[in-house]
Design a protein around this ligand. Structure first.
Ligand code: NOJ
Length: 567
């Protein structure tokens, strides 16, 4: 069998730089902090690290508002430290992936300020979506499009002569103007950007918000929405940008750039992974991983599934069938910097119900949370995604079982979603609370090198109890489970990428076989007997709970809310 590219079954550890480790004592994470904790990441047994955007940025959306794609945010470090990071990471066997934001930049990006200054009809404005407003004096937005983070998708500028002028399109916030991908300057700019970072040793990119990059060139009004839809979900019903096909021309072009780079630099094997939410629509997901587009695209269906075997089975099976049959790889995640952390999601009293989800990645439930139950289920889910074929992305702190921090004072909230919806939606700060390294609250549980730093987002009371220090030598800890699973996964991957689902989840079990291995997840509260066809000839390799070990061997029973690997 031909050697598979490294990324095909890779495990990537996602680092939200701002929240990982503060090396300069200012209360926010940075590259020095990351550099000093690379050994820890390597100790998990992962293949690479994905860095959330760390380019210069006014931080209105914490780096997803880039003002210069060719440099490092000064508060995080500089290009020299970045180069040291790559060298050190590579020595430890870790690849570095960056995050590229093609849909929009910051309103402080030189191109945008130049566009405002250059005036109507200029070639500078062609790089964005500037339009005259409607109404007698152009006082109404050019169309009815809604922004992802609340409010309308258009803002009006003041022209250089001081008059109210044209409007510009921003799919997210007014601080993030959308690029016009029909413009050649934009295409060339990103070609240069990709090569610039590949030249520095970056092995790939996570590509932000790919589904909204295309736009109908005439920008027609979106059809009106029937039925009740949350304010921050309205944008998703706009067919003139969401999944608008012209974006795929850009992705095909990027693949050519990447392929050419590999030809010109023998030995380099690069990866691009697209962020496209396509819940329940594997045919749409498939379009992003056609052989001439992205190498991977997140399979978010599991992240968006409630905790019940029927739904998990459906989510995994439909993605698997579509992608595996087409020869594409699956790319799983349970967490990321936009979603409520899995421990809290699964700990909710209504975690098993589809109605507890909005269909987007924000939780629509304020049911009480049982964290112990959430942890138990999250441990099982870890064995699930690490047992499935394909790549897995872990979000920092997931291996510690960090919960979502729900009690953040409004005055401390920083996610633009909170401000743009005037507090109606709390936003994503709760999954971005700085890491817990030690029990020493003086230096923010080991997060900061300074004993007087104030964390950019406050850590709650007792955060140290989840710390690496507490879990490192505890063989029953979540951290120990992740390390064990990642080490046993090497053999799991050797079983190949073909799996067979057993049952459909109605008995509370989500099960599949993979070569001589099998994975069984029991989402019900009660112990359930593992079907004979799975059990026969197999014994326990790894269980999500210490107490599940003996029970499965002796009686084929799998404990409630747990998972096992058999082989
Ligand atoms: C998706 C990113 O994951 C999110 O954090 C960001 O706010 C938006 N795209 C806008 O770039």
């Amino acid at each position: 069998m031909a050697q598979q590219p490294w990324w095909r079954n890779a495990v990537i550890y996602q680092v939200y730089v701002r929240s990982f480790a503060d090396g300069n004592g200012d209360g926010a994470g940075d590259l020095i902090g990351l550099l000093e904790h690379l050994e820890y990441i390597a100790s998990l047994g992962v293949d690479g690290v994905w860095l959330n955007p760390c380019y210069p940025s006014p931080q209105m959306d914490h780096g997803y508002d880039v003002s210069d794609y060719f440099d490092i945010e000064p508060a995080y470090g500089d290009l020299d430290i970045f180069d040291q990071l790559i060298t050190r990471a590579n020595k430890l066997g870790l690849r570095i992936l960056m995050d590229v934001v093609p849909n929009h930049c910051s309103d402080q990006h030189a191109w945008f300020t130049e566009a405002v200054a250059a005036g109507r009809g200029s070639k500078e404005r062609e790089r964005f979506w500037f339009r005259d407003g409607q109404g007698v004096n152009g006082e109404l937005p050019p169309n009815n499009w809604m922004a992802v983070f609340g409010g309308g998708a258009w803002s009006r500028i003041t022209e250089p002569d001081g008059t109210s002028g044209q409007w510009f399109l921003h799919t997210f916030t007014p601080w993030q103007p959308d690029f016009n991908w029909l413009n050649d300057d934009v295409v060339d700019y990103f070609d240069r950007m990709l090569r610039f970072w590949f030249d520095r040793g970056v092995d790939g990119f996570r590509v932000d918000a790919v589904t909204v990059v295309g736009k109908h060139p005439d920008l027609p009004d979106a059809p009106s929405i029937t039925g009740a839809v949350a304010e921050t979900d309205a944008w998703a019903f706009n067919p003139y940008t969401v999944f608008w096909p012209s974006a795929h021309d850009a992705w095909r072009h990027w693949r050519e750039v990447v392929n050419q780079y590999e030809i010109d630099h023998p030995g380099r094997e690069l990866v691009t992974v697209s962020e496209a939410y396509t819940p329940g629509k594997p045919d749409l997901l498939l379009r992003y991983v056609e052989p001439d587009q992205f190498h991977q695209s997140f399979t978010f269906d599991l992240l968006l599934s409630p905790w019940n075997a029927l739904s998990l089975h459906k989510a995994a099976a439909r993605s698997y069938q579509a992608l595996h049959d087409a020869g594409a790889t699956l790319t799983w995640a349970l967490n990321n910097h936009d979603a409520h952390r899995v421990v809290t999601r699964y700990g909710r009293a209504d975690a098993h119900l589809t109605s507890s989800w909005t269909g987007s990645n924000l939780v629509n439930s304020d049911a009480p949370v049982d964290l112990e139950l959430g942890h138990r289920r999250a441990r099982a889910a870890a064995l699930l995604i690490l047992g499935l074929p394909g790549a897995a992305y872990l979000y920092m702190g997931e291996e510690l079982g960090l919960p979502e921090v729900l009690e953040i004072p409004d005055s401390a909230r920083q996610d633009p979603i909170f401000a743009r919806t005037e507090g109606r939606e709390k936003g994503r700060d709760g999954c971005r609370v700085p890491m817990s390294w030690t029990t020493d609250s003086v230096n923010l549980n080991g997060f900061s090198t300074s004993s007087s730093a104030k964390a950019w987002m406050p850590q709650p009371e007792g955060w140290g109890s989840f710390s690496v220090e507490v879990q490192d030598y505890d063989c029953k800890s979540m951290l120990a489970l992740y390390r064990q699973a990642l080490s046993f996964r090497v053999d799991m991957v050797k079983q190949g990428e073909a799996i067979e689902f057993v049952g459909d989840g109605t008995d509370g079990l989500f099960s599949f076989t993979r070569g001589s291995y099998a994975v069984v997840v029991n989402t019900s509260a009660e112990a359930v007997e593992i079907p004979h066809e799975i059990m026969v000839g197999r014994k326990l390799i790894l269980g999500s709970l210490p107490e599940a070990f003996s029970r499965v061997d002796e009686s084929s029973l799998i404990a409630g809310n747990s998972a096992v690997w058999l082989g």
